[in-house]
Design a protein around this ligand. Structure first.
Ligand code: ZN
Length: 273
């Protein structure tokens, strides 16, 4: 009797299917995209690029991008395993972006808003000088036009290759958003998986309303560092959206399919245009 070789793999064409990290289900890519890149079986929220997020939230023909030409430079001539300059080139090629953020003005639902969308595929969505500058400029533009601001974060934190210049962006973005608040204009922050480090510690947590996608990792330092520091085991679900809602760090956990409507509704409450 012929025995099938269990190790023999069937030829599956690449790029048609994705395996869900949440439930290991194999999903047809077209179905995944139709479902806003959320697993239909277990609700795992896949990471979206800035362009994908923009397409989901914002009416395309209304969007005017700001400062698309701005590129990071290498003021410290930083070199770790690779030169920062080369890393920037590689990440631009890989992501098709000049920086880890897209900013602009566009319509979300019934409202015209200033938008910032981080992109994890560009150096882990990290915040360097240009990311901070683009956010500050977009917020200033929103103030001038009397528009609310929406920022979607997905980031590993401040960019170490720009050192203190990255950290200074925490103050810059927060100062711009404080000015937005003084002008009585609302800011809604949306945190996707993961939102960590200097981004969490600055503009991501500054929302008048802070929203998070389900099961997103949101925190400043990672759990291992905290465990080593406080010498205690951390509770289950620590630093995930659902845990943070019950502890008052996040206002609402919103499924991706409800995100646009939730923003729209919140702006109806908070904003008189
Ligand atoms: Zn799944």
């Amino acid at each position: 009797m012929a025995v099938k070789n269990p190790k023999k793999k069937k030829n599956v064409p690449e790029g048609l299917w994705t395996k869900c990290p949440g439930c290991t289900q194999i999903i047809f890519n077209k179905d995944l995209e139709k479902n806003l890149k959320v697993c239909p079986k277990c609700d795992y929220h896949f990471t979206l690029s800035a362009r994908e997020r923009l397409a989901q939230l914002c009416l395309k023909k209304t969007f005017v991008e700001l400062d698309a030409h701005m590129k990071p430079c290498d003021p410290l001539e930083f070199n770790d395993l690779k030169k920062y300059k080369d890393r920037l080139k590689d990440n631009t090629r890989k992501s098709g972006l000049n920086e880890a953020i897209i900013t602009g003005i566009g319509d979300i639902g019934r409202h015209r808003v200033g938008v910032g969308l981080l992109d994890f595929s560009f150096l882990g969505g990290s915040m360097g000088s240009v990311v901070g500058e683009k956010i500050a400029r977009m917020v200033e533009k929103a103030i001038a036009k009397r528009l609310p601001v929406i920022i979607v974060s997905v980031s590993g934190g401040a960019r170490m290759q720009e050192s203190i210049l990255s950290l200074m962006q925490m103050a810059k973005t927060c100062a711009a958003l404080a000015k937005l608040g003084e002008n009585k204009l609302p800011y809604i922050s949306i945190m996707a998986n993961p939102t960590t480090g200097g981004v969490t510690a600055s503009f991501s947590m500054m929302g008048d309303v802070n929203l998070a996608e389900p099961k997103a990792l949101i925190g400043f330092a990672g759990p291992r560092v905290i465990e080593q520091t406080i010498r205690q085991q951390l509770p289950a679900g620590f630093q995930r959206s659902e845990f943070l809602v019950t502890h008052g760090m996040v206002d609402m956990v919103v499924e991706r399919r409800n995100l646009k409507d939730t923003i729209d509704k919140l702006l109806d409450y908070l904003y008189k245009g």
